[in-house]
Design a protein around this ligand. Structure first.
Ligand code: ADP
Ligand code: ADP
Length: 226
């Protein structure tokens, strides 16, 4: 089954910039997809269109077979993890993770169960009382992931989430992400400009350049071409 289908997506900003030019790609349910391309090629614009943060100019976005092109963000069932994590600074780790469930009106008992499950899976048990400022970069990353994953989105978008980390921590977090991807059984869309990262992480790669999708295929076929 397809988790995501993007058909003829085009985005022209109000100032006339053609940021995304009639792109097509699809992602199979459960895949780890890496969206890659140089700075300015349209990755963020694509991501923001998927989430519903910006209106598209033309084209269609389907999630799990459902047309969500004009649906509001909260109806899209997409989780988003930013490069700078954007944790709520005044809330503890536990409160950060529970926040979305509270807003959705999930009852206390179920909230507690779901938060505890994800805390265990992400190995955050020792940190739940801490404030974000008391966490390392790797720990913040795990909290940001937990906060999205607890909502059980159909698709998890990760916008250069390891961009600011040093190499050693990056490698560690890549292994964590691959483990979580296996355990959570969710479709990941991971945005980066780093080809070596893409090769380590991806099942499928979508290569963008200058507002277009140049290739969309398995990692083996994209990087082993004659
Ligand atoms: P990437 O994420 O790959 O760096 P972006 O999607 O941010 O690429 O940008 C694609 C193109 O759209 C670039 O030329 C960029 O300058 C332009 N762009 C991005 N945001 C806006 C905006 N709000 N208004 C006008 N042009 C924009
Ligand atoms: P854990 O070790 O509990 O998984 P982290 O994911 O935060 O916690 O850290 C993973 C590894 O990266 C550890 O070896 C840790 O010492 C190291 N590390 C943590 N934060 C940083 C950082 N900001 N810069 C460099 N290395 C870090």
């Amino acid at each position: 089954d397809l988790a995501l289908e993007v058909c003829g997506l085009t985005k022209i900003y109000p100032d006339g910039t053609l940021a995304v030019d009639d792109i097509d790609f699809s992602i199979t349910d459960g895949d780890f997809c890496v969206l890659i391309g140089p700075s300015g090629c349209g990755k963020s614009t694509t991501l923001h269109s998927l989430v519903g943060k910006i209106p598209v100019t033309e084209g269609e976005i389907r999630l799990g077979g459902k047309n969500v092109t004009d649906a509001p963000t909260y109806e899209r069932d997409i989780g988003l993890v930013f490069q700078d994590f954007q944790l709520f600074p005044h809330l503890t780790v536990e409160e950060n993770i529970a926040y979305g469930l509270e807003r959705l009106g999930v009852e206390k008992d179920e909230r507690t169960t779901r938060v505890n499950d994800i805390v265990e899976m992400m190995r955050l048990g020792d940190l739940i009382e801490r404030q974000p400022e008391e966490l390392s970069a790797g720990q913040k990353q795990r909290v940001a992931l937990a906060r999205s994953m607890v909502l059980e989105p159909r698709l998890l978008l990760l916008d250069e989430p390891l961009g600011d980390m040093d190499y050693k921590l990056q490698k560690h977090m890549e292994r964590e992400l691959l483990r979580l991807h296996r355990e959570l059984d969710t479709t990941f869309v991971y945005v980066t400009h780093d080809q070596t990262q893409a090769m380590r992480l991806a099942d499928q790669i979508v290569v963008m350049n200058d507002g277009k999708v140049e290739q969309s295929d398995t990692v083996e076929r994209v990087y082993n071409e004659p």
